[in-house]
Design a protein around this ligand. Sequence first.
Ligand SMILES: Nc1ncnc2c1ncn2[C@@H]1O[C@H](COP(=O)(O)OP(=O)(O)OP(=O)(O)O)[C@@H](O)[C@H]1O
Ligand SMILES: [Mg+2]
Length: 608
Amino acid sequence: MSQHDHFEEEEFDTQFNGQTVLRLIRQGLAHWPLMFGYLLAMLLTATMDGFLTFVSMRIIDEGILAGNAVLLNQLVIQYGLGLLLVAIGVMGFIFSAGRLGERVQYDLRKRMFARLQDLSLSYYDRTPVGWLMSRLTSDATRAGELVSWGFMDLVWGAASILISLVFMAMIDVRMMLILVAVVPILIVVSFRFKKKILVEYRDVRKTNSKITGAYNENITGVRVVKSLRREEGNLDDFRDVTRTMYRAGFRAAWLSALFLPVVQLISAVGVSSIVLYGGWQFQLGATTIGSIQAFIFYITFMLFPIQEMARVYAEMQQAIASGERIFSLIDAVPEIQDRPDAQPPPNLRGDIVFENVNFQYEEEKPVLRDFSLHVKQGETIALVGPTGAGKSTIVNLVCRFYEPSSGRILINGKDYTQWTLHGIHSRVGVVLQTPYLFTGSIMENLRYGRLDAADEDVVNAAKVAGAHEFIEELEDGYHSNVGEGGVLLSLGQTQLLSLARAILADPDVFVMDEATSSVDTLTEALVQDAMDAILARRTSFIIAHRLSTIRKADRILVIDDGRIAEQGNHAQLIRLKGHYYNLYTKQFRDERIGSAQPLLQPQKLVSA
Ligand SMILES: Nc1ncnc2c1ncn2[C@@H]1O[C@H](COP(=O)(O)OP(=O)(O)OP(=O)(O)O)[C@@H](O)[C@H]1O
Ligand SMILES: [Mg+2]
């Protein structure tokens, strides 16, 4: 199941949270002119609606039935003006509610996005991407709509009903009381129905995302499904979920079909009571035909706001739950923050020292224990060792993506927590295992290394990295699009670009999580040259898989279970005949034999 679908459908039966509601309203109040405009337009519309029915009563009684042509003309003009005002009011409130909804969604998304930039990597470890995506998309929409249409509909509905009641009281208090008996029944029934329908539809959607997930798994994993002979079992599971969906869908359809007739039946009871009572009163001369007609209008007129209020009420809890999740993201505190007295570092040159560092990602699961290491300015350190040993963890700490749980990391003799995060990050160049390119041109992507770089500098960096040649061969050269996430380039090319980016940035410390040997020998040679260019003069940490890199390193650290098992240069470690020797003879010898032929053909590059 795709994560996105999964996190989309969360339970919404959370408790009514007044604080979240207040915060959402405050979010709307930031745009108070829109809210104010809405309220004005809404009051105008509701009043005019009530007024029109009132005028139509007078048209019948005092104009038509009384045969007063002059008054009739006046009343018709009043009616026309009233209609015009209704039109203006409706336009006004649709416009302001629409704008308000957009603004609130935009604000919420902006605040969440800003927070996501600040949060430490540890937050991302705990929080699935799908969860975050849902917060930014569907939750923001839902909360924004609650603030605009939702709350507004509630106010509008209540105002419409009250204003109608006032007009009715002006016409005939006893007939109004008959309606007042029917309205609560209508409200209760509508609210209950809407809630039930919503629950059923939510079940349908939930099951639907399960089905999509099942499709997804079975189609993308079709080879595994077949090889594991899972066809039968999968089919049974699939039948179960589709059946659940069918049942929920059936119930939802039934409830929806029942809803309107039931509401109409109740209002019909109201209408017939009015007609019966009104007819009797009319014969006694106590009321008029126009009044009866007006009351019939008022009751049908109240149906719509009641249904709207019921819908908003039903959806409100879901939207409030969305708001709660949004605020939980906005309120999240980055675990790694600048100390209050943090300064930007002048540079990060100097020795890098791990001093009795302990580190864990999760409680009770230490990854590094009492880890100490002294790296000299300009030294190139290669980290090797089995998977899960802690190599990436060590470089994560160097980059200050995480901080030691205890112990210190010193750069040029100073605890690095006294520098600002921004200062550190802008002086450490990082090339990750799977380098990431942003949608856009090659030029733009390289320039992320140093935003104020001139075009010439960018091209020079690409030349040093050995990327210039393949870029020139592209149809649009440096302006070729790399596709989303760099999908239009091969892995080797992507690596060359990210190395060029690092060369352009000219960092003091260079960190690389080297990709495994998925580039051909020719690209490998280019990558090697690019790396030599970067490694010269700066302190570097490289999680190395290529023998060529490892051999050139000043020092090789063999990491095992969070400790330095062995260290020294290639020749020393070979002589030791320990871990490194074993690793070398088992793994790298294969690589040397294999490298006679490219392991993988570079993908053909398509320029967009
Ligand atoms: N984000 C994380 N949250 C929790 N535990 C983690 C996290 N990252 C790594 N670990 C754990 O920390 C230990 C060290 O992981 P690390 O990524 O440093 O290994 P590595 O040496 O880089 O391995 P590889 O060669 O596979 O990349 C492992 O036991 C791993 O399960
Ligand atoms: Mg790793």
